[in-house]
Design a protein around this ligand. Structure first.
Ligand code: SF4
Ligand code: SF4
Length: 96
């Protein structure tokens, strides 16, 4: 039996998401992000939900893996609310 090696992108693509449109489970205050110089969320989020464009941090909750890392590392108060998605919404992890 051989085990097929998959890249992180391939593995992430196996997951399914039920996006709760218009009801984000994480809220980010961009005015706080503007004051944040370290911006650890840009590197620690495994789903790359945080991206920087033209010096501004943008957040997209649709692909969130619900790991909670951004909540822990955000020391500037940018993550103003963090909850799990409502029942039946969010990520469903799959191995194959
Ligand atoms: S760490 Fe927090 S305050 Fe800093 S850019 Fe990320 S979300 Fe914004
Ligand atoms: S909970 Fe995890 S996957 Fe979701 S936005 Fe935060 S760091 Fe990214």
């Amino acid at each position: 039996m051989s085990i097929k090696k998959l890249s992180p992108e391939d593995l992430l693509a196996l997951n399914k998401f039920a996006v709760d449109e218009g009801n984000p489970h994480i809220l980010v205050d961009k005015t706080k992000c503007a004051q944040c110089t370290a911006r650890p969320c840009l590197v620690v989020c495994p789903a790359r939900c945080y991206r920087q464009k033209d010096g501004e941090v943008n957040f997209e909750y649709a692909g969130c893996l619900e790991c909670g890392t951004c909540r822990v590392v955000c020391t500037y108060g940018g993550v103003t609310s963090w909850n799990y998605p409502r029942a039946s919404y969010g990520v469903t992890f799959r191995c194959s």
